[in-house]
Design a protein around this ligand. Structure first.
Ligand code: GSH
Length: 385
């Protein structure tokens, strides 16, 4: 069901400022800055609605001032060093469970449209350009294996395969369609197979999306969907046009997918999203390993601004973070950067490293890598004790 909407004027807030001197390796963690420019190729990051505190929210009760709670990171917070392809040992089961989706969904949501990759010698990649280093990936998998199988082994984390063999990099390209002028907004929850279909297509099309989590018993956005569209059914997509008084809104996942590929892709629905019941069943199986995570509400404080997460649907590390964002009902602007996305280069330039998930929280100034620590940070900052 698609309909034309009338929207009240939404307040516009400043975009998140670029980071000036963040150095994760030195453990600097909190950004306090007030500049406002965003990398020019960024999509959908300039106009992000301020969320406010709906009267139905449990959040307002915890305010430390009259209306707006002040958020700050935990007092002992230090951003962890990024460790690509490394699983924190206590999270192994979680990451393995989240990885099952890759098998059931044939890696849909890992690559953007028109993805192609070639192995090239390191010397062919200009300095300052993001590219996955094959040796780096092999090395990190070896370190995981070493840590898990022989935790007291003396093999150093800094051991580098590039020292001993010719190093190759993966050169990745893609073919993307036009980019939206206004962010797409999606109301959904993590463990819903129909919502997952839509999350896969936005990863494939490399679209940035403001997600409004609708976990069961969530006090804020479930009622809002019923108010806007007439029923609580998910996913629900709202896409405003440049004319502030018009836009589209729709419920059905297949309709949303067709709309998005028509406007921002080549018009063709990817095979794995076009197989009807088989698609829905495999989307359901994809979540077996997570046993309903990301579907029920954990009482939380609603922040005034959406969080920003660099992520993509096919990454098991991103999945465990998204689940917690949903459980805490935290609206977030998701910057999709599946393999082949040009936004990988943007993050690389911004922080000198590419790895997802990467969280930017404008409510506290925190910016951080590492899924396990992001989950802990989110719970410590937003869950009601
Ligand atoms: N230890 C990290 C691992 C994250 C990670 O390795 N993410 C992969 C995506 S699944 C990545 O960013 N790879 C870098 C690349 O593809 O270049 C965490 O738990 O967040």
């Amino acid at each position: 069901m698609a309909g034309v909407l009338n929207f009240p004027t939404m307040p516009i807030v400043r975009s998140i400022s670029p980071q000036k001197t963040l150095n994760h390796r030195r453990g600097i963690s909190v950004r306090v800055s007030s500049e406002s420019s965003e990398p020019s190729t960024s999509v959908s990051t300039k106009e992000v609605p301020k969320l406010g505190f709906p009267s139905s929210s449990s959040s307002s009760s915890s305010s430390s001032t009259a209306t707006t709670p002040v958020f700050s990171p935990p007092s002992d917070f230090v951003a962890p060093n990024p460790k690509r392809f490394t699983v924190r040992p206590d999270k192994l089961i979680d990451i393995l469970g989240a990885s099952l989706a890759l098998f059931f969904r044939f890696a849909t949501g890992v690559f953007v449209s028109g993805y192609s990759a070639s192995l090239v010698p390191q010397s062919e990649i200009p300095p300052g350009t993001y590219a996955l280093e094959v040796a780096d990936a092999i090395h990190n998998f070896e370190v995981i294996e070493t840590k898990l199988c022989a935790p007291h082994s003396s093999k150093s984390d800094n051991w580098n395969l590039c020292d001993s063999i010719n190093c190759y990099k993966v050169k990745e390209t893609s073919k993307l369609g036009p980019r939206p002028e206004k962010p797409i907004e999606i109301y959904e929850f993590e463990s819903c197979p129909f919502c997952r279909k839509v999350r896969e297509i936005v990863s494939v099309l490399d679209l940035d999306v403001i997600f409004y989590p609708c976990p069961k018993k969530g006090p804020n956005f479930r009622p809002k969907v019923a108010q806007m569209g007439g029923k609580q059914q998910f996913p629900y997509m709202v896409h405003k046009s440049v004319d502030p008084n018009t836009g589209v809104a729709m419920y059905e996942s297949d309709e949303i997918i067709k709309y998005l590929v028509g406007k921002y892709g080549d018009g063709n629905v990817p095979l794995m999203l076009s197989l009807g019941l088989f698609t829905t069943l495999t989307e359901g199986f994809a979540m077996i390993g997570r046993m309903g995570r990301g579907s029920s509400y954990t009482p939380s404080r609603l922040p005034p601004e959406p969080l920003k997460i660099w992520s993509y649907e096919g990454s098991p590390f991103c999945k465990v973070v998204r689940e917690v964002l949903v459980e805490l009902e935290l609206p977030h602007l998701l910057i999709n950067c599946a393999r082949g996305s040009p936004k990988r280069q943007m993050l690389y330039e911004k922080v000198g490293h590419f790895q997802v998930p990467y969280l930017e929280d404008p409510n506290t100034g925190v910016q951080m890598f590492e899924s396990a620590e992001i989950v802990e940070y989110l719970r410590a900052t937003y869950a009601l004790k």
